[in-house]
Design a protein around this ligand. Structure first.
Ligand code: NCD
Length: 301
């Protein structure tokens, strides 16, 4: 593994190794972990807003002993007309070992890769509606902690799947891990164009009955023309997870959400804040998984 730009570039073996690394980091003492990336520098380049992803990359790098610089590029030289290439090469000259990049443009990681020395690592922290590989890793790591397997689980993904990089990369990783039981549901306009992504369901009953894992998604308003955003209370009635709709699922199911949550839109507070919600476990696992990714990319063999 040389970079983490697209989850599809990982093999099943790469994913297993990352999960083992996360387990190892969790078991290590804080002191031992702080030696892993001593002397390395990680730059977080966020061209889009983020709370949990940015903080979790920062904590992950710091807990491994790296230096971290956070750049909110909406407020920096790019606003003064500097090109992305110049910004990246300026930072490269300051001896950065890894760039963590969030950007609204799909496939920006590949472009950045061409401007950097090959030994500098790139980690995609979300590009447009394309990929969010560390989210896919932390989601499947969380599922494994609860279900001990991935292959034959019924996984329901509900909401704005079309504009969601979280859904895209989760579907990709589930395919790599041999799951063929992905069920997708949401308003027609927010469903993917290609049915190879999963089984497109017609209603909540079909989506949720016997579901082992339920992944709820936010409507990605920033990627949708205003006139096609659904009315939010109708949306909750038709596509929301609440006590009534959760009752359709397997009683041992888990409920996931990448955050940020829009309460009473895609999920009711009652469901988000109680078992079987594992939303805060996802957040905690996010730090561990990002530590595993940084350690794998930057640690000397
Ligand atoms: C997601 C993102 O930014 O892609 N959030 C996250 O990283 N946890 C999902 C979203 O914004 O809805």
């Amino acid at each position: 593994m040389n970079n983490l730009i697209d989850i599809k570039n990982l093999s099943k073996e790469d994913i297993v190794q990352l999960f083992l690394k996360a387990d190892e980091i969790k078991a290590n003492s804080k002191k031992k972990n702080r030696k892993i990336l001593r002397g390395k520098t990680v730059a977080n380049l966020f061209f889009e807003n983020s709370t949990r992803t940015l903080v979790s990359f920062e904590l992950a790098a710091k807990r491994l002993g790296a230096h971290v610089v956070n750049l909110n590029l909406a407020r920096s030289s790019t606003a003064k007309g500097e090109t992305l290439k110049d910004t990246i090469q300026t930072l490269q000259a300051m001896d950065i070992n890894a760039f963590v990049v969030r950007h609204s443009q799909n496939h920006i990681g590949k472009e950045i890769q061409q401007w950097l020395n090959p030994d500098i690592k790139i980690i995609n922290a979300g590009d447009g509606n394309n990929q969010h590989p560390t989210q896919a890793l932390l989601d499947t790591y969380t599922i494994l902690q609860h279900k001990m397997k991935i292959e034959d689980l019924k996984i329901a993904i509900i909401g704005d799947i079309k504009h969601s990089r979280v859904a895209n990369s989760l579907i990709d990783i589930l395919h790599i891990l041999d799951n063929q039981r992905i069920h997708l549901y949401g308003p027609k306009k927010l469903l993917p164009e290609h049915s190879d992504k999963g089984i497109i369901c017609q209603n909540m009953d079909e989506t949720l009955s016997n579901a082992d894992v339920i992944v709820m998604l936010r409507i990605q308003k920033e990627r949708i023309a205003d006139n096609s955003i659904p009315n939010l209370s109708d949306y909750h009635r038709d596509y929301g997870l609440n006590r009534k709709t959760l009752a359709i699922a397997n009683h041992a199911c888990i409920v996931m959400h990448p955050g940020p949550i829009n309460r009473e839109v895609e999920i009711s507070s009652e469901i988000a804040d109680n078992t079987p919600s594992v939303i805060l476990e996802q957040v905690a696992n996010g730090v561990l998984i990002r530590q595993a990714v940084l350690a794998t990319l930057l640690q000397k063999p």
